[in-house]
Design a protein around this ligand. Structure first.
Ligand code: ATP
Length: 201
């Protein structure tokens, strides 16, 4: 192994989300960031109780759908840190826990344009920048702007446009429309088997 290779720090992507359910928009964004930023691994982190959403499906269902959706990619993993922490989920806590889990790695937090637009409202935002580099990915219907944010800490990334949201997937299931090819096949099967999203909350 060359000296250059042995000194390279691991590069870990973090894809936080409610994943209610995980869909192909999440997976394409993570895959594109993985390739463009030379990430060794992308860790999907399903939220516990998100501070900005009132009703979500049980964490165990969301976790298992995320495991199923990411299983085929050896560079994708799923973490339970947010599910196991008490109280509402804040990104600052996710990042602190991931820093503990990967003390010597460079961390890259992947987030959609919609979430990025609200980042200044996040808890402890000034510390958030110190813990990870942010990759703001494009999302149909949401302008991708990083002006006003620390230029050292944020990169923008155009990803293939998939106009898919978890809200639309839940609505489609509740109305009897298919979600095949919007979410991975195994997630379609999991939703059917566990009767998820039959009625909208
Ligand atoms: P909901 O409709 O329930 O609000 P969602 O589809 O926005 O859910 P989340 O789990 O809240 O999904 O999203 C997790 C992360 O993935 C966020 O940073 C979000 O911006 C990003 N994201 C979600 N869908 C897409 C998409 N189609 N393209 C790019 N990024 C996306």
């Amino acid at each position: 192994m060359s000296a250059e290779t042995s000194q390279r720090r691991a590069r870990i992507g973090i894809m936080g989300g409610t994943f209610d359910p995980i869909h192909n928009g999440h997976l394409v964004a993570a895959s594109e960031a993985q390739q463009q930023f030379d990430l060794d691994e992308v860790v999907f982190v399903p939220t516990g109780k998100p501070w900005m959403k009132s009703t979500v499906t049980a964490g165990e269902h969301r976790y298992l759908m995320t495991v199923i959706a990411t299983a085929a990619n050896p560079g994708f993993n799923v973490s339970r840190v947010d599910l196991e922490r008490e109280g509402s989920t804040y990104t600052i806590d996710t990042l602190r826990d991931m820093r503990k889990a990967y003390p010597d790695a460079d961390l890259f937090f992947i987030t959609g344009a919609d979430a990025m637009a609200q980042i200044m409202e996040w808890k402890d935002v000034s510390e958030v920048w110190t813990l990870a580099h942010f990759i703001a990915v494009s999302r149909p219907g949401h302008p991708l702007t990083i002006s006003g944010l620390p230029t050292q800490g944020v990169s923008s990334l155009e990803v293939p446009a998939l106009a898919i949201s978890s809200t639309d997937c839940r609505t489609r299931v509740s109305q009897g429309f298919p979600v095949w090819y919007l979410v991975p096949d195994g997630v379609v099967q999991y939703i059917a088997k566990h009767h998820l999203y039959r009625s909208m909350p």
